[in-house]
Design a protein around this ligand. Structure first.
Ligand code: F6R
Length: 364
């Protein structure tokens, strides 16, 4: 039941610290990542030539974060595919590839078909799944379960977060096996993962500011989400969450891409949600945000505490705790989920059961 929360979605957003703790803690041993997959030995991990992450919707967005993390930590070329694209484009996959399938329900038909195709092509398959014993879990060579518990709300929140957590643990383990991270470096990352549930509790303890921002923006018809790298992946997820439950149109754009056409849609008063959590590209994103500001955009900027935000870039700034940068997506998603949730509630939408959507998509 909803345990006092107005909606399952809100309850599930608040369950994230616990879900993350269960998912992460079960995969750490002596301060190092452990996959509990005996067949994926160090030697097997070293033999992987390419990785494909295949999923739909929110799970695919988790895959985009996973791709960036895996490539950054291990330098193994990694692609992300939409399952319904992957399966129909005769993908180039062979026996030295690992295909990672991500699914909350484990029943999404296109995702299951993509998994079967990858197996036919001789690749090894690793499923990251929430529902124990689901079709995808049964069909894959290896399974890493996420421990989110049942997700009832149609819009996925906690399942996304735990998918990120598993992808990060996998990336760290792969990096350790391949020697792209030392034991000491890996331990440092693991130490940061340990702090995550507490940081999430902190973020969830005060949601008033996000609710207030939603009240200011609830009547808008179009929104833009901008970001680069990890923040671009989060833009897509924030935008999807808003669209599916509030029915407000929004677009997610790679910050540097806006000027190649879409900026013509930015006019006086257009809301822009700018995501800039990564130091190395902060200035670049800020200069893109300025381009929208000078055309009249109303900007909410999400960034880290302690960064200096130039004057007149944003109307509102949401500061996230300082944290290991590659793990920032696991913090940033929370205010984006809450923003979509409050927008939908304020507009009187049926948050847990948005129109036209089903919790698990078993049609092609
Ligand atoms: C969005 C959402 C969907 C699912 C997608 C895949 O909030 O829930 O986009 O992520 O239908 O579902 P699973 O993960 O069950 O394969």
């Amino acid at each position: 039941e909803k345990s006092g929360y107005a909606h399952f979605m809100l309850k599930e957003i608040h369950e994230q610290p616990r879900a993350m703790a269960s998912t992460i803690n079960s995969r750490l041993e002596n301060g190092l990542p452990e996959l509990h997959l005996p067949e994926l030995t160090d030697e097997a991990l070293r033999g992987i030539e390419r990785i494909h992450i295949v999923a739909c919707g929110t799970a695919m967005h988790a895959g985009m974060v996973g791709k960036t993390a895996i490539e950054r930590l291990t330098r193994v070329p990694t692609e992300v595919d939409i399952a319904s694209e992957f399966r129909y484009r005769d993908p180039i996959v062979d026996k030295n590839d690992l295909v990672i399938i991500v699914s909350q329900s484990g029943e999404t038909l296109d995702t299951l078909a993509a998994l079967k195709l990858a197996k036919e092509k001789g690749a090894r398959t690793l499923a990251i799944v929430n529902v124990v014993g689901s079709s995808i879990a049964r069909a894959a060579d290896y399974v890493m379960y996420t421990y989110a518990g049942p997700e009832i709300a149609v819009a996925s929140t906690k399942a996304y977060s735990v998918q990120l957590a598993v992808l990060y643990v996998f990336a760290l383990r792969l990096a350790l096996a391949r020697g792209t991270l030392t034991k000491e470096e890996t331990r440092r990352y693991v130490g940061e993962l340990d702090r995550l549930p507490q940081l999430l509790e902190g973020l969830l303890a005060d949601t008033e500011h996000i609710k207030y921002l939603a009240s200011l923006f609830m009547n808008c018809e179009d929104l833009f989400y901008l970001g680069r790298g990890f923040d671009y992946a989060l833009s897509l997820e924030g935008s999807l969450k808003l669209k599916e439950i509030s029915y407000i149109h929004s677009e997610a754009y790679a910050a540097g891409e806006l000027k190649h056409g879409t900026i013509s849609l930015i006019v006086d008063g257009t809301p822009v949600i700018a995501l800039a959590t990564q130091d190395a590209i902060f200035e670049k994103t800020i200069s893109n945000v300025k381009e929208t500001k000078s055309r009249g955009a109303r900007v909410i900027l999400f960034c880290k505490e302690g960064v200096e935000v130039p004057q007149d870039v944003a109307d509102y700034v949401v500061k996230l705790p300082r944290y290991e940068e590659i793990f920032m997506p696991m913090l940033l998603v929370v205010p984006l989920q809450l923003f979509a949730y409050y927008m939908a509630v304020l507009r009187g939408c049926d948050v847990d059961k948005p129109r036209n959507l089903a919790k698990s998509v078993t049609v092609e």
